[in-house]
Design a protein around this ligand. Sequence first.
Ligand SMILES: Cc1ncc(COP(=O)(O)O)c(C=O)c1O
Length: 361
Amino acid sequence: MPRPIRARIDLAALRNNHAVARRHAGHARIWSVVKADAYGHGLLRTVRALEGVADGFALVELEGALALRQAGVRQPILLLEGCYAPDELPLLAEHGLIPVLHRPEQVAWLSCVALPVPLPVYLKLNTGMNRLGFEAAELRAALAALQRIEGVGDITLMTHFSDADEERGIAEQMASLAAMRRDLPYPLCLANSAALLRFPEAIGDWVRPGIMLYGSSPFPQHSAAALGLAPVMTLESELIAVRELAAGDRVGYGGTYVAPAPMRIGVVACGYGDGYPRHAPSGTPVLVDGRRTVSVGRVSMDKLCIDLSGLPAAGAGSPVVLWGRGLSADEVAAAAGTISYELFCALAPRVPVVEEDLGQG
Ligand SMILES: Cc1ncc(COP(=O)(O)O)c(C=O)c1O
């Protein structure tokens, strides 16, 4: 018997979520964001599941992009951090990979290399995130330089929002973008999931949803289900032991949980070595036999403990859901003081993955 932990990846749910993005995007085309191994869901399986409906795929890893081309994926591919050295540019042109240019040196690199075919480029503008992107004062010079370079194809302007999911919203960044752009005629690519769902004015020509495709909500105050999104990843395992505690018994490393009264606990084969967050405190929600309970004590590498009070039928072998179908990853992440993006990306290589096609898609 293998260890009972596994991650189920529901490909129909992925397509359902892409259809939700499509409804919000209207006429804009959709870059499906698949960086970080498709947010931990598996790059190739995610791309294959979306191939029939996606307009293009966006990621940061050149090796991932090349692996997609090697696997025969023909849709446009956008490299969100562009390239890191000039000698990558011919490879990009050869494989039809579109770089995001975010600093003047990257434009200069383009003028030093001979490209086999014209290379479309995205020009990223810093409108307030202050991470990557050209400043207003650099933009005209960059465009003038790009227009002089023979190997440069179509230009698209892009920016990224820092607060599309927060109260602050995108108004200041949109104003900054308008001031930078003025009458420039280039297409626009602006919206992440939160902006796509919340700000129709930010839709532009291309959108870049990530987290919503995987069935999570970008907003703390709106559940994924209320947005029509279905969970793609379900992390599940089983109870491998149960134990009766007396009042005052301590649980796990450091004894951070002390039984307030006699109680039964279960031990789940899942720990931080599987990607479950070690910092999830006692009280983090868990499903056993489809019923909700909570974790108790510190998460260890291979195990975590849960409260079985009120669940007398639960025993060794009972199925446990850590997040996914029936228990939103957003809720688990919030209890652990993080976001579902981090939970998904942390899924450990030792967890076997089972592909399914069960969602609403
Ligand atoms: C440049 C860029 N665009 C789009 C996205 C997708 O964002 P989200 O997953 O919040 O939809 C990301 C993700 O961090 C990003 O870095």
